[in-house]
Design a protein around this ligand. Structure first.
Ligand code: GLN
Length: 491
């Protein structure tokens, strides 16, 4: 039998339907792969008993000719999603052993459709980071290595566990979240596909909040088709999240193979950065050529406020985070460090419970929201945000269907290479991705090539609001041309 962990989600789905194997066999193969891959630190909690029970139920449904769209397919869940009765920590010490008495809407929809939970995946603490080095469970290792080197590389972040697990065959697909690039950047660093849907497409209910006006859930998987399949189950209106949007969920998979002839693809001038590696330039031009060969028309466009996106993001996101994280006070969740009085207890708990990057964000956020500074920072950043959004609206009003950019300014870097004194070095990773969150738009990252050291590189496509289908169609054109990316097993 072929290695069940090397199948795509769609292949596994079809294999189950044909009864080539059972969900229990598929699940056991993944559980064994997870055990062999502990050195990658992708999972922070494995749930084998639950997984096998869910798989057996899925097999029973298959035997009766029943079962939903994801019936019997084993998935990994980012530890930011609340899972009922299963430890959920956002990879922060402050949540301790918190076991939510509720299930996030997104994950409950996956279980509704029959999926199997393998465990909880590592991420940056409260999803703050671009390398998965801020997790209280330690860094995740990228299954990719530079040619001829055993230097450990980061998988990107914050959904580093999701990306690493998908790339290494430790699940068929994973949930992830994207506040400033956390689905697309790790996908690009690991040769996987990630979609950040339009803000409001997936419910945020039951997802640990980072920056509520930017946070959005989405899938990471090995192919564009697989992300399309997962997104259909994850998306949908939820009365428990007032920002979720009430519009029908399309069959995203049907967009695979749809002609992109005549589509207008924007190439934004402002994304051509000074000092951008030649390989990224080349990759971008190659992507444009592939889309052109498929019948699309390439048009140079301008997004003039791009240069303000990163600074504005690093005001808005910490501001919202400082407010969202006020709830971790030693009373309601997990950890408590006693003090002589209640104020000291709050202080001790928060000082011990949060890691350095989270503390930095809370301090910046509190500062930019404080009286006297609010207008100069927060209000101004919100105005910039409106202008960034308008840049995209102008493009789309001029007939552009989607915008093509690099996903990241470099390939995966080494553990510890960017955690020095200057946090901006790390923040610069998000330069091509944050604009999309600021504007609330959908974006997909698709592997498109390799750098000189053999590491995968990704391209990003940015779509019109709620037009994820076009991203699926265009993304698949790139995938078909670039081929699949699988790391060589060393772990
Ligand atoms: N890297 C960005 C940050 O640190 C984005 C993180 C995310 O999208 N969750 O804020």
């Amino acid at each position: 039998m072929t290695d069940l962990t090397s199948l795509t989600l769609a292949e596994a789905r079809d294999g189950l339907a044909k009864k080539s194997f059972t969900s229990l066999e598929l699940t056991d193969a993944h559980l064994a792969a997870m055990e062999r891959a502990r050195a990658l630190n992708a999972y922070v909690l494995e749930t084998p008993e639950r997984a096998r029970a869910m798989a057996s139920e899925a097999d029973a449904r298959i035997a009766k000719g029943e079962g939903g769209r994801l019936n019997g397919l084993p998935l990994g869940i980012k530890d930011l999603f609340a899972t009922e009765g299963v430890r959920t920590t956002a990879c922060s010490k402050i949540l301790g052993d918190f076991k939510p008495p509720y299930e996030s809407t997104v994950t409950s929809q996956l279980w509704r459709d029959g999926a199997v939970m393998l465990g909880k995946l590592n991420n940056d603490e409260f999803a703050m980071g671009s390398s998965n080095e801020t997790s209280c469970f330690g860094p995740v290792i990228n299954p990719w290595r530079r040619a001829g080197s055993d230097t450990k590389l980061v998988p990107g972040g914050s959904s580093g566990g999701s990306a690493s697990a998908v790339a290494a065959g430790l699940c068929l697909g994973a949930t992830a979240t994207d506040t400033g690039g956390s689905i697309r950047q790790p996908a690009a660093f690991t040769g996987t596909v990630g979609i950040k849907p339009t803000y409001g497409r997936c419910s945020r209910w039951g997802i640990v909040a980072f920056a509520s006006s930017l946070d959005q859930a989405g899938p990471i998987a090995r192919t564009v088709r697989d992300t399309a399949i997962l997104m259909r189950s994850m998306a949908g209106h939820d009365p428990k999240d007032t920002t979720s949007v009430d519009r029908p969920v399309p069959d995203y998979e049907a967009a695979i193979g749809k002609s992109v002839k005549g589509m207008k693809i924007g190439i934004p001038r402002e994304y051509r950065l000074d000092g951008m590696p030649a390989e990224i330039e080349k990759l971008w031009a190659q992507g444009a050529d592939w889309l052109k060969a498929a019948g699309a028309e390439l048009v140079e466009v301008s997004l003039p406020h791009t240069k303000y996106a990163l600074p504005a993001y690093y005001i808005v996101a910490p501001a919202e985070a400082s407010s969202n994280l006020a709830r971790y006070d030693g009373v309601r969740y997990g950890m408590r460090v006693e003090g002589r009085n209640i104020v000291e207890m709050y202080e001790n708990t928060r000082a011990k419970g949060f890691g350095a990057e989270v503390r930095r964000r809370i301090m910046i956020g509190t500062y930019v929201l404080s009286a006297g500074y609010y207008d100069a920072y927060y209000l101004r950043a919100q105005k910039v945000r409106t202008l960034i959004k308008k840049d995209f609206e102008d493009c789309y009003a001029a007939g552009i269907n989607a915008i093509l950019t690099p996903a990241t300014p470099s390939a995966a870097f080494g553990i510890g290479e960017k955690t020095g004194a200057d946090p901006i070095e790390m923040y610069l990773n998000d330069i091509f991705t944050v604009t999309v969150n600021m504007a609330g738009l959908p974006g997909i990252a698709v592997p498109a090539g390799k750098d000189a050291q053999g590491l995968p590189l990704g391209l990003q496509l940015i779509g019109r609001p709620f037009d994820e289908e076009t991203l699926v169609s265009l993304g698949e054109v790139i995938e078909q041309a670039a081929g699949r990316f699988t790391p060589e097993r060393w772990w």
